[in-house]
Design a protein around this ligand. Structure first.
Ligand code: HEC
Length: 346
């Protein structure tokens, strides 16, 4: 599952074996996966490494059982008496007006269950945290059934876990996204309508024949939106009759091309966007400088001169002189684009 998820983001090579979940009743037609980058010996090594880091350890959760108590068409709760104990990974979250959190929790590759968390537990509910929690089903804060997590019953088992593959979908599909409810999807090739986030917890993106409203953390305010064509990852949900997307990750639609460029310039031999390798995970780098006005300049200095001491004792070689200036700029934009992961987790 971990591999499939990483390959899905254009991060790791896709193997044939992982292409199709024929036995899974929750999945759709096989996904189109044809343009991932070529592999070399080191990428294979990273695949092996990430397997050690991400696979195993996650106990079978009974999220599927919980979902059976939610009517798929109406999202009404059919059983509100049973206390469910679940273990799963946060795939998307939104902070509500009162500070409580609506989040989707899932086991890798499975459907996700909406969970409503009290404000006191909000800090634990970070996208890609693996949680254990208990609660009963009830009517959630958006008017549909959700597992209401018992306050204080939430514990964090691990952070930065992978949570399954996404289905690529265009905006036109969102007119009736019912078949996608509770699935982790990728809304492809959209652009933001307004130039900045306003703290309303919403933003509109425009894609092929349609606009989709994103549900976002309210902390996302006074920031520029990601520029250009973007792929937005998250969970579709129906809010007052309209299908919206609770977003958990923005990646440039050029991400795969950027990874190919980074491979060409050897960055991928030491870096992975999500996982620490020889060098730091790029999402951690971008998160550290997410509020620094001169972030791009700082990152450029590293690419030009290399250096050590910021993330550990291993040095990074000076590579910049060998890279054409326009490509250096593209690489910096790409690395810094991973800051959205941190910002969306707030
Ligand atoms: C030989 C391994 C290696 C290669 C190749 C490599 N890096 Fe690094 N990179 C590192 C290490 C190690 C660090 C951490 C250095 C430190 O602790 O200061 C790092 C740190 C960074 C940082 C963080 C800088 C900061 O200020 O915090 C950025 C950005 C970065 N690398 C980008 C790149 C890019 C872009 C490429 C390709 C052009 C690349 N790296 C290639 C090993 C590498």
């Amino acid at each position: 599952m971990s591999f499939r998820w990483l390959a899905d983001q254009g991060i790791l090579p896709q193997s044939k074996r992982l292409n199709h979940r024929s036995a899974c009743p929750l999945c759709f037609s096989p996904m189109k996966r044809n343009n991932w980058i070529g592999r070399n010996a080191l990428e294979k090594w990273i695949v092996a490494l990430s397997g050690v880091v991400l696979a195993g350890g996650l106990e079978a959760a009974n999220i599927a059982t919980v979902l059976k108590s939610l009517d798929p068409a109406s999202s009404k709760v059919t059983d509100s008496d049973t206390t469910h104990e679940i273990n799963g990974i946060v795939s998307a979250r939104a902070t509500l007006q009162d500070g409580s959190v609506l989040a989707y929790v899932q086991a890798p590759g499975e459907a996700a269950v909406p969970v409503h968390f009290a404000k006191a537990d909000a800090a634990k509910v970070v996208v890609r945290n693996e949680l254990s929690l208990s609660g009963k089903l009830g009517t959630g804060p958006m008017g549909f059934g959700a597992l209401i997590a018992r306050e204080g019953a939430v514990t964090v088992n691990a952070t930065n876990r992978a949570f399954g593959a996404s289905e690529p979908r265009g905006a036109s599909f969102f007119k009736d996204a019912l078949p996608l409810a509770n699935k982790y999807v990728q809304l492809t090739n959209v652009s933001f309508v307004a130039p900045r986030f306003d703290g309303s917890g919403k933003a509109v993106v425009r894609g092929d024949s349609g606009e989709v409203t994103l549900v976002l953390p309210r902390t996302l305010r006074d920031r520029d939106v990601p520029p250009g064509q973007v792929n937005v990852f998250g969970i579709p949900l129906k809010v007052s009759g309209e299908w919206q997307l609770m977003a958990s990750r923005f990646l440039s639609a050029n991400n795969k091309a950027s990874i190919a460029l980074a491979s060409k310039h050897t960055c991928m031999t030491c870096h992975n966007p999500d996982i620490k390798a020889v060098g730091p995970a790029l999402r951690d780098v971008a998160a550290r400088y997410k509020d620094a006005p001169d972030a791009r300049a700082i990152l450029m200095v590293q690419v030009m001169n290399g250096g050590s001491g910021k993330w550990g004792t291993v040095p990074m070689p000076a590579l910049g002189a060998k890279i054409p200036p326009a490509e250096r700029d593209l690489l910096i934009d790409w690395v810094y684009g991973y800051r959205w992961d941190a910002i969306l987790s707030e």
